[in-house]
Design a protein around this ligand. Sequence first.
Ligand SMILES: Cc1cc2nc3c(=O)[nH]c(=O)nc-3n(C[C@H](O)[C@H](O)[C@H](O)COP(=O)(O)OP(=O)(O)OC[C@H]3O[C@@H](n4cnc5c(N)ncnc54)[C@H](O)[C@@H]3O)c2cc1C
Length: 475
Amino acid sequence: MEKVSGPQRNVTTLAKQQLAHAAFNKITDMTDVVIVGAGLSGLAAAKQLFDDKHYQFKLLEAKNRVGGRTVNQQLTANNGQRHTVDGGAQWVGATHIHLQSLLKELGLSTFITPQEGETITQGEQPPQLQQELNTLRAELNRLASSLPLGSPWLAVEAHNWDNQTVQDWMLSQNYSTDAVQELDYSVQSFLAAPITEISFLYLLHYIRSAGSIEQLEILSGGAQDSLIVEGAQSISLALQKQLESHIQFDAVTKVEDHGEFCLVECQSGQLILCQSVIFAMTPTLLKNIDFSPALPPEKNSAVEQWNTSHGSIKAHVLYSRPFWREQGLSGISFIPNEVLASTFDGTRESGEAGVLTVFVNSSDAMRALSLSARRDRILRVLSELFGEQAFEAQDYVETDWQQVPYQSGCESPLHIGKLTKFKDSLQKPHGSIYFCGTELATIWTGYMEGAITSGYRAAAEVITALNQKALAEFN
Ligand SMILES: Cc1cc2nc3c(=O)[nH]c(=O)nc-3n(C[C@H](O)[C@H](O)[C@H](O)COP(=O)(O)OP(=O)(O)OC[C@H]3O[C@@H](n4cnc5c(N)ncnc54)[C@H](O)[C@@H]3O)c2cc1C
């Protein structure tokens, strides 16, 4: 058990007074704050508490690794050399300033996303379509910028926009079928869901939180600006090193909120007494937690009805060298088909082995294939795009985010009617229970930047509340 600080001492006394003797004796550990989930949001919250130095905390993670939706994977070349790739998040955006400053602090470095050479597309867009898409983007940016940042439900048109899908809105504005298809492809690349499902208000909120639709779409200067040399999970691995003694690998199953203190129950049977709890995960995963007493109705319905993601399959293929560059190709392709959605050049150091990063068409048909059959189909399509050398793969790795335990896919964009219903019910604390995670971020929601800033926000809320509590005890 950790050394008991001032505030904790009072909590222990209160718990002793309020709990039956047998219940109190079941407590296996105590701390000030329990953080649930060691993805970037939970680790960012933990780092704030660590730097603040005033409160003890524990970070509980259900999987046997930190990083959540970031994971480093290794590809092995024929010569035995290993190459790191990102199974989950990979890109650092040009305006992801909190992420960039964390990378700097942790001694991690970035490199510009390779994009020199020709990008393979379906061909030049007719000028009329280009013009229409320019108008569409300008209109989306204009409407998005009219939303109050972080409170899109307060917009004058909020209910109207939330009660139609993105596609409904486009059709009501007489956009052409080609423009609808183009926006659908673009939105699927960052929200992993079709525009027939997503609330128009949610899309505007997402654009507002990123700054503009171009920020979401472009590589250089946008969300796909750079990659982390050591791999995106290295942020979490470096934080794990700093916070080592505070991290435990155990799934939280239940939280009892007794007002002045909470009891956090884990799968292993450990029972932790604490003052505050921060949940740092996708809202839909809160369904797995038994809250006692139950969360208030508005929070509960947000948890119960938050959309789960389709998940997506991301793959990497290793070659002896980035052979596509010899043909003047960038390795980037945007030709959606039944096998692939897009490809990027995932090569880390120039002159070494080449890596193609593949966003797989995550349809039921592709999921139904065996790993080797899926790999074969992907190589066949890569050969059509980049030439016969694509068959000479030295290694292949993939992650299907629908299958990863304790995750809910990649993104969980809200369907119609939900954003105006849920509002900020989950962002707000409930008693001693706080919530964060990229879905609850104001800036760059859905991204690593959003995860980090929401973790900082939750930690600041907890520190403020505990400071006030401590002050009240002295008055
Ligand atoms: C394929 C893919 C590509 C992406 N690409 C990018 C990109 O290029 N750039 C970018 O910025 N973002 C990208 N993202 C998004 C980015 O990964 C996320 O926004 C960010 O990592 C989310 O962090 P988080 O802490 O909010 O949630 P998570 O990473 O999901 O962390 C939540 C943690 O909670 C844990 N947990 C769940 N239940 C429990 C429980 N009961 N008890 C204890 N622990 C629990 C989970 O195991 C997990 O570790 C991508 C995501 C995916 C999947």
